[in-house]
Design a protein around this ligand. Structure first.
Ligand code: XIL
Length: 549
C-alpha cells in the first residue's frame, strides 16, 4: 500500500522535525538527514551506535571528546572497567577511570555497556594464583563491587559478564578460570552479576563468533543450555574484530539464530583492519564491511546496536596487536571522516522513519497458527515477513479491529471473550510506514470460562506446601449473580490431585475441572467463594502453579 504509506510518511517527517531539539548535543534543526550525526539516525531506528573510549584522550583531546559526544549514544570503556584497572590488589578498588567514563556518558545522554567482569586477560596475577575456593569468592566479590557500584545508575545498561570463554574449535577455553573452577564459573559469574545488578542486561561476549562456525555454535549451545537452567544470560555480544583480507562473515543469519533463543544480540567491538598501507580500494572494501554489519543489526529486531572499538585511527589497539595492520576505524588519525564513516551513516539513515525513498512494502506474513488457547487468550505465531530495509513489527487484526502489535513474529492475545470464534490476520510494517498485504486468516475458538458464561474470575494461591505435597486454594469472584460456576486448572503432568473440598472435580492428567458443590453455586453480584485441594508432586521447593482457564 505505498500510496497510503506515503501519506503517513509525510506526517512522520513533520513530527521528526522537532526531535533533535530533545537530544543533548547541538544538532541541525532539520529532520534526520544526510548531515545528521550517527546517533540521530540510530535513535530514530531504536538502536544504539557506540564507541569504546580510552581515558587518556578523553581527558586530553578536545576533538576526541567532541566527536565522542556528538556522534555516539553508547559508550564502552576500552580498558577502564577491566579487572586490572578496578582491582589491581585484593579487595583494593579503584574506580577513577570507570567513573570518568560514566560521567562523560551521563553528561552526553549516552548509555554505558560495562566491560568486562570475568576474563582471562588483563586480570592481575594475584587472582590467577588463588586456590579454587579463594578464586570463586574473589570473583564473587569483584562482580559484586564493580557491577554493584553502578547498579542504581540508569546510564549503565548492560555488562559483559564473561568474555572470550571459548577456544576456536568450540571447546571451553583452557583459562585459569576453567582450570581452577571448571565450567561452573560461567553460570556462577552470571548469578553473581544478577545479584549485584538485577536490572542490567547480562552478556556473554566473544570474537570470531560473527559467522556460523564451530565456535559460534558452541556459544549458541551454551547460551541455550544456561537459559534452560535459568542462568540469567540476557544477551550475546559479537565483538566483530574483522579484517578485510579474511572475508565477511554471515553475521545476520548467525545473530538471528541467537535472537530466536530470546536473547538480545549486539555488536560490541567492531573494527575492520587492513594490511597497511591504506588504499582507496581497501577503504571501499572496509566501508562495505561496516555497512553490512550495521544493516545486519537493523534487520534483526533483537539487535540493540553496534559499538565500534574506538573511532579514530589515532587511538586504536590494532597496530599494537596485529603486526603490519591498521586503519581499522571510521575516522583517520587526524579526525577526518573516512568512507567507512559515510557507510555507517548511510546504513543507519536508510529506513529511518524520515527516509522518503523507501516505498517498498514488506512481504506478506505467513498464516498465523494459534496455540495455548484459553478462555481469555491465545498465542499466534507466523512466518516472518522480509523487507528491503527491515520489518519493524506486525499488527494482528480481527476484521478491522486491531488486537495486538508486536515486534516479533508472534503475539500473545489477552482479554478475549470465552467461547467465541476469532478469525484473525496479520499485517507487517517497516520503518518507513509501508505495510504488507494481509496474511491469510486463521480461526480459533476460545474455551469456556469460569462461571459458565458470566463475568467470574478465578484466582489461585498455594496455602501451604511440604516435601512432595501442597494445599491449593481458588477464589471465585463474580461481577454478576450466578447459580453455578466452573473453572479448569492445568498443572504439569507431575502433579496429582488427591482430594478436594467445596467443589466437585473431574478430569485427570494435567487438567482438572472444578464445579461448585451443591451448597456454594450461588454467588451474588460482587461476591465470592473459595474451594481447596491437596496436590502431590515429585519435587521439592516451590510447588507448581496451575494455568487457570
Ligand atoms: C583491548 C584494548 O583495546 C587494548 O587497549 C588493550 O591493551 C587490550 O584489550 N577483546 C576485548 C577487548 O574484549 O577488551 C580488547 O581490548 C580487544 C579484544
Amino acid at each position: 500500500m505505498p500510496a497510503l504509506s506515503r501519506l503517513r510518511r509525510a506526517v512522520l517527517t513533520g513530527a521528526l522535525a522537532v526531535l533533535p531539539a530533545a537530544a543533548v548535543v547541538a544538532l541541525p534543526a532539520s529532520p534526520a538527514q544526510a548531515s545528521s550525526p550517527l546517533r540521530v539516525h540510530a535513535e530514530a531506528q531504536g538502536k544504539f551506535i557506540g564507541t569504546a573510549l580510552a581515558t587518556s584522550p578523553l581527558a586530553n583531546e578536545t576533538a576526541y571528546r567532541n566527536i565522542a559526544a556528538t556522534e555516539f549514544n553508547q559508550i564502552t570503556a576500552e580498558n577502564a572497567m577491566k579487572w586490572d584497572a578496578t582491582e589491581s590488589s585484593p579487595n583494593q578498588f579503584n574506580f577513577s577511570g570507570a567513573d570518568q567514563i560514566m560521567a562523560f556518558a551521563e553528561q552526553n545522554g549516552q548509555q554505558v555497556h560495562g566491560h568486562t567482569l570475568v576474563w582471562h586477560n588483563q586480570t592481575p596475577n594475584w587472582v590467577q594464583s588463588l586456590s579454587a575456593t579463594e578464586m570463586r569468592s574473589a570473583m564473587q566479590n569483584h562482580i559484586s563491587r564493580v557491577a554493584g557500584r553502578y547498579a542504581s545508575n540508569p546510564v549503565l545498561k548492560s555488562w559483559d559478564v564473561v568474555n572470550e570463554v571459548f577456544e576456536e574449535n568450540g571447546s571451553l577455553r583452557n583459562s585459569f578460570w576453567y582450570q581452577r573452577l571448571g565450567e561452573s564459573y560461567i553460570a556462577d559469574a552470571f548469578r553473581y552479576a544478577k545479584a549485584a545488578d538485577p536490572d542490567a542486561k547480562l552478556c556473554i561476549n566473544d570474537y570470531n563468533v560473527e559467522g556460523i562456525n564451530a565456535k559460534s555454535t558452541a556459544m549458541y549451545n551454551l547460551v541455550r543450555t544456561l537459559r534452560a537452567q535459568n542462568v540469567p544470560v540476557d544477551c550475546v555480544g559479537f565483538q566483530s574484530h574483522l579484517a578485510i583480507q579474511y572475508g565477511f562473515p554471515n553475521i545476520q543469519e548467525n545473530m538471528q539464530r541467537f535472537a530466536d533463543l530470546g536473547v538480545e544480540v549486539r555488536v560490541t567491538e567492531i573494527d575492520v583492519r587492513m594490511q597497511m598501507p591504506r588504499s582507496s580500494a581497501k577503504d571501499a572494501t572496509q566501508a562495505t564491511y561496516y555497512s553490512n554489519v550495521v544493516k545486519a543489526c537493523l534487520a534483526v529486531s533483537r539487535c540493540s546496536g553496534v559499538t565500534i572499538w574506538g573511532f579514530t585511527d589515532k587511538h586504536s589497539w590494532v597496530p599494537d596487536t596485529f603486526s603490519g595492520e591498521g586503519a581499522a576505524l571510521i575516522y583517520d588519525e587526524n579526525y577526518a571522516k573516512k568512507a567507512s564513516y559515510t557507510a555507517v551513516h548511510d546504513a543507519l539513515a536508510a529506513g529511518d522513519p524520515g527516509d522518503p525513498d523507501d516505498t517498498e512494502d514488506p512481504s506478506r506474513p505467513g498464516t498465523p497458527a494459534a496455540s495455548a488457547i484459553t478462555s481469555s487468550g491465545a498465542t499466534l505465531t507466523w512466518t516472518a515477513s522480509t523487507d528491503n530495509v527491515r520489518v519493524t513489527g506486525y499488527d494482528v487484526y480481527r476484521g478491522t479491529t486491531k488486537l495486538a502489535s508486536t515486534t516479533t513474529n508472534s503475539a500473545t492475545l489477552t482479554g478475549l471473550t470465552p467461547e467465541t470464534a476469532y478469525t484473525v490476520h496479520v499485517v507487517a510494517r517497516d520503518a518507513a510506514g509501508n505495510t504488507s498485504a494481509a496474511s491469510e486468516t486463521t480461526t480459533f475458538t476460545t474455551l469456556e470460562g469460569p462461571g459458565t458464561g458470566t463475568g467470574c474470575t478465578a484466582a489461585y494461591r498455594t496455602v501451604n506446601s511440604w516435601q512432595g505435597g501442597f494445599q491449593g486454594e481458588v477464589k471465585i469472584t463474580c461481577a454478576e449473580p450466578v447459580t453455578s460456576w466452573r473453572t479448569t486448572l492445568t498443572f504439569p503432568s507431575t502433579v496429582t490431585i488427591s482430594q478436594n473440598w467445596s467443589s466437585v472435580r473431574s478430569g485427570s492428567g494435567g487438567a482438572h475441572t472444578f464445579t461448585n458443590a451443591a451448597w456454594n453455586g450461588t454467588i451474588g453480584a460482587g461476591g465470592s467463594t473459595t474451594f481447596g485441594f491437596i496436590g502431590s508432586w515429585n519435587g521439592s521447593g516451590t510447588p507448581p502453579t496451575p494455568v487457570i482457564s
